[in-house]
Design a protein around this ligand. Sequence first.
Ligand code: ACO
Length: 427
Amino acid sequence: MTEYIKFIFEGKTFEFPVVIGTEGEKALDIGSLRNKTGIITLDPGYANTGSCTSDITFMDGEKGILRYRGIPIEQLAEYSSFRETAYLLIHGELPTENKLKRFSVMLNDHSPVHEDMQYFFRNFPRASHPMGILSSMVTALRSFYPELPDMEDEVDTTVTRLLSKIRTLAAMSYKISKGHKVVYPRPDLPYCANFLNMMFDSPVRPYEIHEDVVKALNIFWILHADHEQNCSTSAVRLVGSGKVSLYAAISAGIAALWGPLHGGANQAVIEMLEKLAAQGTDVKQLVARAKDKNDPFRLMGFGHRVYKTYDPRAKIMKATCDKLLTQFNINDPLLDLAKALEEVASTDDYFISHNLYPNVDFYSGIVLRTIGIPTNMFTVMFAIGRLPGWIAQWKESMDESQWKLGRPRQIYTGPVERDFVPIEKRS
Ligand code: ACO
């Protein structure tokens, strides 16, 4: 039975239905609010606005729960691979053995990129940020791989192309930025190992693929694969709603992810820890700065719009980090600093009362450093991981039952109507 919320405005009562999700989440459906009452809602940053209903990801920020298509993130990190999780997100179900094999074959078939794309890379200024390059290259893919006439083929092929080529593009941009020879994808290697090989193999030092590193990368990408309606995913949905190509929508997502308050936080965390180590600053001093309202500094890797408890991804990332460093017998002073910072922040009244806990980015940089990924590529790694989520969300939003051009409203607060003043009369 549908429940209604009553709304009294200018002496009249209006009723709006309550929508209830499968996990009991409740929303007030205000789709008819403006037509019925003439008013709109005001919610800067969309903190209380549901932009869609979705079957993809469930998160409970109070309880620290994250599930893809119903499956807890902890189980996926332990038992699944990134490739299989990508399939789950995009197609809605775990693949059978045959379907997974077919998916792998398609990923392999699409892994090389057009040779001419190398010319683009070579012409970006050396200091370009890899996220800017990636965003441009993903849009450029449309020019190299034009639309197919059949929509279903087009979606399937474009999705596989993107998933496969994004890791080739990322590795290629790294090799070219170092002035090294590009390494081609190898059909005999699975998704993560193939990427590591393209990044680090060289004629003078062949790359040795280590299963523990491959597992850590699978976990890193699984943890980043989707996170419901965050900044970059909302960008993908909004830009996609104008019916641009999937490449353009994903490129918008990459641009949104780049910001230090979103995906760029993993790079910002490592830079913060490195600065802390280099300057020998006391962690207590840094926490004091983060609390000071006159100082714009924030503790990077802490806080989250939705999680008001420990981010479940951060728990898994911290454990992966510890395991990896122990396996390789590495003593990373940045990990000790991160732990000391967490210790001080987690017992501080300000951080407790503001519900500020480490988020996924706090320990992920140390995992990436251990794998050998350079700091300026961290957010690119996040983007590769988030791609299946963006694709799944785009697919869902383009479904005829959901599709609607995204177009929020506003409350105008500028000057009321006034006359144009000729330049000679302006004071
Ligand atoms: N350090 C210090 N204080 C913080 C921090 C932080 N990292 N994060 C939030 N706060 C404080 C704010 O100053 C504010 O305090 P006040 O209410 O006393 O004024 C309060 O907590 C709420 O902050 P908002 O910015 O309103 O919270 P919001 O939910 O919008 O912010 C955000 C979430 C942007 C992630 C924020 O916590 C932040 O800037 N964190 C650091 C950057 C970061 O790690 N980003 C990665 C997020 S995860 C991801 O996107 C993959």
